[in-house]
Write a protein that binds this ligand. Sequence first.
Ligand code: SAH
Length: 246
Amino acid sequence: MSMRKLVNWVALTLLIGIGASAKGAADGYSAARARMVQLIEQDVRETSLYLDKSRLDMRVMEALAEVPRHRFVPVDSRDQAYENRPLPIGHGQTISQPYIVAIMTDLIAPQQDHRALEIGTGSGYQAAILSRLVKQVFSMEIVEPLGEQARERLKDLGYHNIEVDIADGYHGWEKHAPFDIIIVTAAASHIPPPLIKQLKPGGKMIIPVGSRFMTQQLLLVDKAPDEAITVRQILPVRFVPLTGEH
Ligand code: SAH
């Protein structure tokens, strides 16, 4: 190898090295995220009887491995951001457990051309995960400061296909209906009829339903092309309540 070739080769190797490390550890949390993904995979295997599958859609797992959850939790709990559990985000609300975000996202089978509605923006994390898998996410939050903060955070992080509205999500978002998928991240006493109405025929909704003081059941609602509704009970969960005057 000539000297010149050798210099070029060394330069190229260095470049590839720098490129790889920048991608792998861009924010210093990628190893923690990878561990979180492993914990989710393990939980999925352990609950496969409920889920009717032993692994989730690879695209969902990739989104979880990439979205910086530490940016969605209060600064003083960043070191816990990749533990597989919910965390307080202020105003008595929580960011959901990563495993729950994973299964809810998987069960509604998001597709690239989908328009999705989320009720309960909270930190914006679930919206961020979903936004990587669909065309557009419309997310509604009833607690104004949380909604404002999430909107700002999502903009700062470069998620351009998420729109946040501050309103009672029980009534859905008529202006943008119908939706291919609806994901409700607060516990309701029943499935809100306006949401059933705003779900496209052929669409899916996932929603925790039950008493606000006990565990709820995560329900997967299917609206057939002929608009017939079927409901499948997935597993017991615990969410903060869906509030509002409805
Ligand atoms: N998806 C969120 C976590 C949701 S916690 C995340 O990824 O961080 C549930 C959220 O639902 C809370 O922020 C709560 O304020 C909100 N919420 C409760 N009732 C609501 C309603 N009627 N309409 C819209 N949001 C509601």
